[in-house]
Design a binder for this molecule. Sequence first.
Ligand SMILES: Nc1ncnc2c1ncn2[C@@H]1O[C@H](COP(=O)(O)OP(=O)(O)OP(=O)(O)O)[C@@H](O)[C@H]1O
Ligand SMILES: [Mg+2]
Length: 254
Amino acid sequence: MDEILSVRGVGVNFGALRAVRDVSFEAQRGKITAVIGPNGAGKSSLFNLISGAIAPSTGQVFFEGSEVTGNSPDKMLRAGLSRSFQITNLFFELPVYENLRLAAQYLEQGRGWLRPVASSAQAEQRVRELIRQFTLHDKVNELAGYLSHGEQRRLEIAVSLASRPRMLLLDEPTQGMSHADTRETETLIRNLATEHGLSILLVEHDVDLVMNLSDHVVVMHQGQKLAEGTPEQVRANPQVQAAYFGEHQEKASC
Ligand SMILES: Nc1ncnc2c1ncn2[C@@H]1O[C@H](COP(=O)(O)OP(=O)(O)OP(=O)(O)O)[C@@H](O)[C@H]1O
Ligand SMILES: [Mg+2]
């Protein structure tokens, strides 16, 4: 086993609300680890604690063996951990190409953040790779704001890969997507891990997606870790069934 991320006893309070309490788990390199749980379980808060958007009140986060607890998202990105948000975070008024170029410019930061992008060979090459990988050839000149919801979510994944991270954090990447877009995104995420060796931490509400895709599943409930294991182990856990799948099935049958 080769762990890339280790989360040890992290917690955060929002006033009196203990949104995340003493959560620990590990994510393995090149694998897909998922965090699932009902609405309000603390998934996005946990995601923000790991990505550096908020500092934990308790606990530690280690990435590739180094402690990164409370590091800013920018510092995390430099360390090789990138994130894609639950809410789309693109420049809607810019073309697809510019969204990718701005993100890829990160690769050139060490040699001058304010360099004109046109002169940045590394960034240009990365944009070309992403256009190919995400089959965006027909869309490069379209404004990001005019893409369909599914296309925007996928572009956001492409943007978060521009800096060549070793780990990608995704918060509900299929939220609001059609069934077809969800299946396409599922294939895309699987390929990122299996073909490109990327380590993925996926925060997701869609149980079926998680069960199809994940190597390891962490179940959150009311801010705490309820269980973890393979998709099969988690699905068979009576506590998880009561707290999550029971609710999911009830909702599904409504
Ligand atoms: N910045 C904040 N300030 C105060 N309370 C917050 C903040 N962020 C989240 N919360 C609260 O913390 C709890 C956990 O929220 P969180 O967004 O982490 O859940 P989630 O599992 O991601 O839910 P969802 O499935 O709806 O995305 C909720 O009760 C939420 O209202
Ligand atoms: Mg959330």
